[in-house]
Design a protein around this ligand. Structure first.
Ligand code: GTP
Ligand code: MG
Length: 488
């Protein structure tokens, strides 16, 4: 336990809980740190999800549940996910007012969350708010969400118990809802039982359940009629929750494991998309790809294959030619990001921005150089390669998304030997990767840059290379490189 905020959350301090939930809602790195810190202390609260159509009486029911559970001596945390926009605030206030009877009770902590404005998704924010309340020692965490979007359904699906609230006159809705939330119900509530048609709603749920077999002690969701406004039926609902809890005590671990799976996959997907849009694709490239899909110039599968290939450099994934993605297809063993999957560099954009490939360092004494780069710095050089034409041995050392290349002369007349003799060991060249080397050379020429090579020549591993004169590159020899099959 490191952070003072985490400690205060664990001590149950309501102000710390409020602060912590704001941090996770904002998707701040501090929020992630907090979750890391408190996670080992979670898993004790019983997560109770309540979902149903807008206006079904969920908040009124939750309010009654709070009262009933408090009578039983339990402490509570409540997360009400409000369907209204964070900007209107109307219904948020509504839920607050509805549950306001408990504001003075330190055993109840209520938090409303807006459905929109969560970068990492509502399910993530809600799950993490629930974790905070769990860490704070609340016995029961109630989560109220509207059962419309997939997000909301996921939230409740992964709770320890899922309560689906229906109202009379929803006979037809039962059919409509079936596809979404009916199958996640552990307990059905027919609220507003004071209204006409409650029994018909119960009957239609029964009819639906009768189509399924609940053999081998499988839990059959009970149907509880409630009148949230008066509190009628709420004690029965609490009983049903208790029965479910006892019935599933042995399988709770499985359910929580499924929740962990869902959370990890969601987080992974979110992080990956973030990485792709932030690191792999050039600004505007994503939108351009969508336009091209809309124009039927390419298809979603090809686009995704290409993006995934670029993001993880997987050799198994067919990387689309640049005509599809405007990107570099890496197949050069010397491409540093290829050797270090996951450390993909930001991609060259269609405008031809260059990416650092490696920095060449002329070395006088290889053993001493390795003593520094390998032994002292802890970098791991690849096996050396002879470049016979240059009478040089190259030692590539991956370093982040790029690499260092130690150059060792193998003969006295090697350009590297001459370089070291004249200027001493040190920076020899900087290699920048471009998509289309000919286009890059043409552009440089047009701008009056002095080129050593006006046309590209063959480099190692089928790449094309060309050198820019140091006099135009502020004293550095710049090598441009185009990977094989990078462009036409
Ligand atoms: N007649 C009757 N009205 C009820 C009952 N329960 C709730 N209501 C009313 O239904 C309306 C909506 O109740 P809420 O508790 O806000 O419903 P909700 O499902 O939380 O609504 P959202 O959060 O906006 O989706 C309110 O006017 C309640 O007073 C009930 O059992 N009987
Ligand atoms: Mg509500």
């Amino acid at each position: 336990m490191s952070s003072p905020l985490a400690e205060r959350v664990l001590a149950g301090d309501p102000r710390a809980i409020a602060r912590a939930i704001s941090l996770v809602e904002d998707e701040s790195p501090a929020g992630a740190d907090l979750i890391r810190a408190v996670f080992p202390h979670t898993g004790r609260a019983y997560l109770t999800g309540v979902t149903g159509a807008p206006g079904a009486g969920k908040s009124t029911l939750v309010d009654r549940l709070i009262a009933e559970l408090r009578r039983g001596g339990r402490t509570l945390g409540v997360v009400a996910v409000d369907p209204t926009s964070p900007f209107s605030g109307g219904a948020i206030l509504g839920d607050r007012v509805r549950m306001q009877a408990h504001v003075a009770d330190p055993g109840v902590f209520i938090r409303s969350m807006a459905t929109r404005g969560h970068l990492g998704g509502l399910a993530r924010a809600t799950a993490e708010a629930a974790l905070v309340l769990d860490a704070a020692g609340r016995d029961i965490v109630l989560i109220e969400t509207v059962g419309v979007g997939q997000d909301e359904i996921d939230i409740v699906r992964t709770a320890d118990v899922s309560i689906v609230v229906l109202v009379p006159g929803a006979g037809d809705d039962v059919q409509a809802l079936k596809a979404g939330i009916m199958e996640i119900a552990d307990i059905f509530v027919v609220n507003k039982a004071d209204r006409e048609g409650a029994d018909r709603t119960v009957a239609s749920i029964e009819a639906m359940l009768s189509l399924e077999s609940f053999a081998d002690g499988r839990w059959r969701p009970p149907i509880v009629k409630t009148e949230a406004t008066t509190g009628k039926g709420v004690a029965e609902l609490v009983e049903a929750i208790e029965r479910f809890r006892a019935h599933t005590a042995a399988t709770l671990g499985e359910r929580r494991r499924a929740r962990a799976e869902f959370r990890v996959k969601e987080l992974l997907a979110h992080r990956f998309v973030q990485h792709v849009t932030g690191q792999v694709l050039a600004p505007g490239e994503f939108e351009a790809l969508l336009d091209r899909i809309a124009a039927r110039e390419t298809d979603p599968y090809s686009v995704v294959d290409g993006i995934v290939g670029r993001a993880i450099g997987s050799p198994d994934l067919k990387v689309r030619p640049t005509s599809d993605l405007g990107g570099r297809a890496s197949s050069d063993a010397h491409s540093p990001d290829r050797r270090r999957p996951g450390l993909q560099t930001r991609h060259d954009d269609p405008a031809g921005r260059a990416t650092l490939d490696h920095i060449g360092i002329a070395v006088a004494d290889l053993q001493q150089a390795l003593a520094f780069y390998r032994d002292a710095l802890g970098l791991a050089p690849d096996a050396p390669e002879e470049v016979a034409s240059q009478r040089v041995r190259a030692h590539f050392i991956p370093a982040g998304g790029a690499a260092l290349e130690l150059l060792e002369a193998t003969a006295d007349d090697s350009p590297i030997a001459k370089y070291v003799a004249k200027r001493g060991p040190g920076l020899h060249h900087v290699t920048l990767r471009v998509d289309d080397i000919r286009a890059a050379l043409a552009r440089l020429k047009e701008k009056g840059v002095r080129l050593i090579d006006e046309a590209p020549r063959e480099g190692a591993h089928g790449s094309l290379v060309a050198f820019v004169h140091p006099s135009s590159a502020h004293g550095v020899l710049v090598e441009l490189k185009q990977e094989p099959d990078a462009a036409r």
